[in-house]
Design a protein around this ligand. Structure first.
Ligand code: F6R
Length: 320
């Protein structure tokens, strides 16, 4: 099997280690008017998960940046939390520099690179995750580190990290479900459907299929799906298979019935966990293992992402 597979198998232990990571530095101030979460790819998905949890609980506006630019309204009263496993992702570095220029509060989660250097030199609050992993496979550490870091600003998303990560402990049933899903999705064009709450998990599933299994995949979100994309399914392609992420939410029942009636090959993924965050963590584990098993079925190398390297080389040459 692949190197990345061994990292996925260690997720519970990696998450457990992350609970004790040290938080370096302290906030310059403890209140802010808005929160900007900045990160790309396997690091950026942590931003999406946090955004989704804060959507129904945060009293200040929260936004996600997956770009070189930060919003025009960023001010010295903003908090920007940057997450980059390598610490060298140009888009994320740019957002940090711009936020610092404006005088915003900046905190950082990384394993090293330029971001760690900057955090140390500027005395920015930060957490250092384990190095030597692959960004997308370091997900539980990036997530837990970010939860810990945000808590120093009074943003408390999880009161019991041990209980959160308990959904990762029992690998065997997770692996069994993932193998079945890999068989189901083999040689298909997967369309992952979820409601808005679970969109980060739907995205994570797609991203894992893209990067590990080298497959194209699509995400659709209800209720928006039912206002446009649904019409395309009146003549579905026969390579399409659909994976619906279950939530106790009436609206998710509609695509399941609708697509089944049209003969679309569909499976429903039910998630373990007590709350949104633990369910997304559990689902991310299924996504990771499914994508690695699919890589095996398709005969491709899960850890290799040559095209991402090509893009990063392009950036390095164009923006030296
Ligand atoms: C995932 C992966 C990419 C990176 C992305 C950003 O394994 O390789 O999605 O996460 O290119 O890089 P980092 O995470 O280093 O900021």
């Amino acid at each position: 099997m692949f190197v990345i597979y061994d990292i996925y198998l260690r997720w519970y232990d990696l998450a457990l280690r992350a609970i004790n990571f040290e938080v370096y530095g302290s906030p310059r101030k403890d209140s802010f008017q808005n929160l900007i979460l900045s990160g790309m790819g396997g690091s950026g998905i942590v931003c999406d998960m946090i955004y989704s949890v804060l959507y129904s609980s945060s009293e200040v506006p929260v936004t996600i940046v997956k770009d070189f630019q930060i919003p025009r309204w960023t001010s010295k009263n903003s908090l920007l939390c940057a997450i980059s496993y390598s610490g060298n992702t140009l888009e994320t570095l740019n957002t940090v520099s711009k936020a610092l220029e404006i005088g915003a509060e900046v905190c950082i989660v990384t394993s090293g690179g330029k971001l760690l250097e900057l955090a140390r030199v500027r005395g920015l609050p930060h957490i250092v995750v384990d190095s030597g992993l692959i960004p997308r496979a370091a997900f539980p550490q990036l997530l837990i580190a970010t939860l810990k870091l945000l808590s120093i600003y009074g943003i408390n998303l999880c009161s019991d990290l041990r209980s959160l990560i308990s959904v990762l402990r029992d690998v065997e049933p997770i692996s069994k479900t993932s193998k079945e899903l890999a068989e189901f999705l083999k040689n298909s064009l997967p369309v992952i459907i979820s409601n808005m709450r679970f969109y980060p998990l739907a995205m994570r599933f797609k991203d894992e299929l893209n990067e590990n299994s080298k497959m194209m995949a699509k995400v659709e979100l209800v209720p928006e799906w039912a206002h446009n994309d649904i019409v395309g399914w009146e003549l579905p392609l026969n390579i399409v298979k659909s994976l619906v992420i279950w939530d106790d939410d009436l609206v998710i029942e509609f695509p399941i019935d609708y697509l089944r009636c049209r003969g679309v090959d569909l499976q429903v993924l039910k998630l373990l966990g007590d709350d949104l965050l633990s369910k997304m963590l559990y689902g991310s584990y299924i996504a990771g293992l499914t994508s690695v098993y699919l890589a095996g079925l398709h005969g491709v190398k899960a850890e290799e992402t040559k095209s991402i390297d090509e893009y990063k080389n392009f950036l390095r040459v164009r923006f030296p």
